[in-house]
Design a protein around this ligand. Structure first.
Ligand SMILES: [Zn+2]
Length: 114
């Protein structure tokens, strides 16, 4: 799902997408012409290889996110978790993937190893 920066309203645009068993939904609000703040929930499950024993297991995820989308290079350091977009469109699928990747960056263990 891609939406043009200029089409994101100040009072917010609802978005909802799905990737495999993961739902990603929330509201995107324009803060200024080049910055959009997206907040919401990422929830569902995915198969992950245990970082200790190497067995595949189902990992559940249910957490809030706050992501900033920058049109072009983000030069300030006011916000953390900024994703830069270079074609005037916000790609919500990329946001989902980015959030999922950062979740997977932590060591995740199966129930046996926890
Ligand atoms: Zn394990």
């Amino acid at each position: 799902m891609k939406v043009e920066f200029k089409k994101i309203p100040q009072n917010g645009l609802d978005f909802k997408l799905k990737f495999d068993n993961i739902d990603f939904y929330g509201v995107a609000k324009k803060l200024d012409k080049d910055i959009v703040k997206a907040t919401g929930t990422i929830k569902g499950s995915f198969i992950h290889c245990c970082d200790r024993c190497g067995e595949d297991f189902i990992k559940n995820i249910d957490q809030k996110f706050e992501i900033y989308a920058s049109r072009g290079i983000y030069k300030n350091d006011e916000y953390l978790n900024v994703i830069e977009f270079f074609d005037d469109f916000i790609d919500f699928d990329r946001m989902l993937q980015s959030e999922l990747e950062s979740f997977k960056c932590d060591y995740l263990y199966c129930t046996e190893c926890r």
